[in-house]
Ligand binder design. Structure first.
Ligand SMILES: [Zn+2]
Ligand SMILES: [Zn+2]
Length: 131
């Protein structure tokens, strides 16, 4: 069971699934919504994921995606693509233990900031992970 939530504790979630598609995303949208140089994500089947305390605020970050965050403290929590409603992406660092879902690659490396120096030897994809 993976458990997590926002920084202030108002919103909590759980999923019984194991984390898939673990990546550190350097895209402009992830940067903009987080205020951080990149954001680590994992995916689980949407049906396995539920909010167990509080209700997150929702934000349509693009035509094809909705993101949730805590309205009280601002922690980014999830990403839902309208094209892939069967899965939900969750921010690794909202987990109680982010060590449970380490990234296996970097995505949108094309937008990586010049002052970010990666030393993890993981593959860097210029855009989304190739299928
Ligand atoms: Zn909060
Ligand atoms: Zn991104």
């Amino acid at each position: 069971m993976l458990k997590g939530g926002c920084y202030c504790g108002a919103v909590r979630y759980e999923t019984a699934a194991s984390p898939q598609q673990r990546t550190a995303c350097h895209c402009l949208t992830c940067r903009g919504i987080s205020g951080a140089p990149f954001v680590a994500w994992f995916s689980v089947p949407a049906g396995s994921f539920r909010f167990v305390a509080g209700e997150p605020a929702r934000f349509r970050s693009s035509e094809r995606a909705t993101r949730t965050f805590c309205a009280a403290c601002g922690t980014p929590l999830t990403f839902e693509s309208t094209g892939h409603s069967d899965k939900i992406d969750v921010t690794v660092c909202s987990l109680e233990d982010p060590e449970q879902a380490p990234p296996v690659d970097h995505t949108y490396g094309r937008s990586q900031l010049s002052w970010v120096r990666l030393g993890d030897a993981l593959p860097v994809h210029p855009e989304a992970r190739p299928k």
